[in-house]
Design a protein around this ligand. Structure first.
Ligand code: GDP
Length: 377
């Protein structure tokens, strides 16, 4: 599961990517195409529950869940028409499962804000930026959908494909929706229609991917309070309209503190009066955006967070650990993390209160379940 970091040039994508991966391999420079090849990086998902379990068990081995980010640079207005290496970048977005859309919310006269013409600076305008990127994704999707409508209409005429006429009909509605400038994600799909879902999967529409807006605020905003930033509320309103999420973040500061130790980072955040770093919030929200949750396994040997999709049942969750666990699944012994915490991590007390539950094959695993699987070999 990967997230693509997209946005107009110079909004801070590479800076954010560097901060996320704590590496310096994506050059962050005041240059519109500084990251020509997509950079990909894997990052641990922050999880206080896992930190606590590791502390309780005093184990040396802590294995967090991970998520992959790809820095997709170079999207400009006209990308869907092949401008600014556009098509190549759209192809990279197609391979991602969700999008982190970085929006410039900082003022800095030294960093040019470009939309259409990379040599022409324009005023900072987050909504225009969002529209510019959306427009390219929608236009690219429209081409894909229209091509398919044409093919299906032809197949329907030839009489060789029974479902073709029906498919052409709903695809035409989708094309109209896109033509009106609306993203595929706001189209009223029939989730119970397996064929429609298969077609959608095959088309891999860019504007159907879930989106999270990362509002890149200035360093001053962190000092003076993000609530004073005049651009963030605009993005917040847009996100609310779309049912999307937004996270304010200062990419530059996050990059600066990326190689701090956890203690130093904590002290820095405390000084700023912030509880969690914007980056931690962003990674956590990204994980959620992908529809992922974690269940936990604990013990002296290792404490670990395992990634599953929301709605995964116990045997399939067991299969994440080992395929034998899924094949030979008997039952799962489950304690909710909240119950452990409420009982001060006294496992005996949790058990005597009946809070360690035995769950079977149909159990839908919840985020933060601490699980032990019983299986046949
Ligand atoms: P990209 O083209 O979107 O990948 O943008 P970069 O990450 O390369 O950033 C472009 C320029 O903006 C660089 O000079 C960054 O240092 C600068 N920049 C990024 N984030 C911030 C920020 O939060 N505040 C300020 N003042 N500059 C930033």
């Amino acid at each position: 599961m990967k997230l693509g970091i997209v946005g107009l040039p110079n909004v801070g994508k590479s800076t954010l990517f560097n901060a996320i991966t704590s590496t310096k391999n994506a050059q962050a420079a005041n240059y519109p195409f500084c990251t020509i090849e997509p950079n990909s990086g894997i990052v641990a998902v922050p999880d206080k529950r896992l930190d606590k379990l590791t502390e309780i068990w005093q184990t040396n081995k802590k294995t967090p869940a991970i998520v992959e980010f790809v820095d997709i640079a170079g999207l400009v207005k006209g990308a869907s028409q092949g401008a600014g290496l556009g098509n190549k970048f759209l192809g990279h977005i197609r391979e991602c499962d969700a999008i982190v859309h970085v929006v410039r919310c900082f003022d800095d006269d030294n960093i040019i804000h470009v939309v259409e013409d990379v040599t022409k600076a324009v005023a900072v305008d987050p909504i225009a930026d969002i529209d510019a990127i959306d427009y390219e994704l929608i236009l690219s999707d429209l081409e894909v959908v229209q091509n398919r409508v044409g093919r299906m209409a032809k197949a329907a005429k030839s009489g060789n494909n029974k479902g073709a006429a029906a498919e052409a009909a709903w695809l035409q509605k989708l094309a109209d929706h896109l033509s009106a400038g609306k993203p595929a994600r706001s189209f009223d799909f029939d989730e119970g229609d397996a064929e429609q879902q298969a077609v959608l999967h095959e088309m891999g529409l860019l504007s159907s991917k879930p989106v999270l807006y990362a509002c890149n605020v200035g360093e001053d905003d962190l000092m003076e309070g993000i609530e004073n930033n005049r651009y963030v509320p605009l993005v917040a309103a847009r996100a609310a309209e779309e049912g999307a999420r937004y996270i304010p973040i200062c990419a530059k500061t996050e990059e600066d503190i990326a190689d701090y130790s956890p203690e130093e980072k904590k002290a820095f955040l405390a000084e700023m009066g912030i509880e969690a770093s914007g980056l931690d919030n962003l990674i956590t929200a990204s994980y959620d955006l992908l529809g992922l949750i974690s269940f936990l396994t604990d013990g002296k040997k290792e404490c670990r967070a395992w990634t599953i999709r929301k709605g995964t049942k116990a045997p399939q969750a067991a299969g994440k650990i080992h395929s034998d666990f899924e094949r030979g699944f008997i039952r799962a012994s489950v304690i909710g993390y909240g119950d452990l915490e409420a009982n001060n991590f006294d496992y005996a007390a949790v058990k005597s209160k009946g809070l360690q539950r035995t769950e079977g094959k149909e159990y839908v695993v919840k985020d933060g379940d601490v699980i032990e699987f019983l299986f046949n070999v």
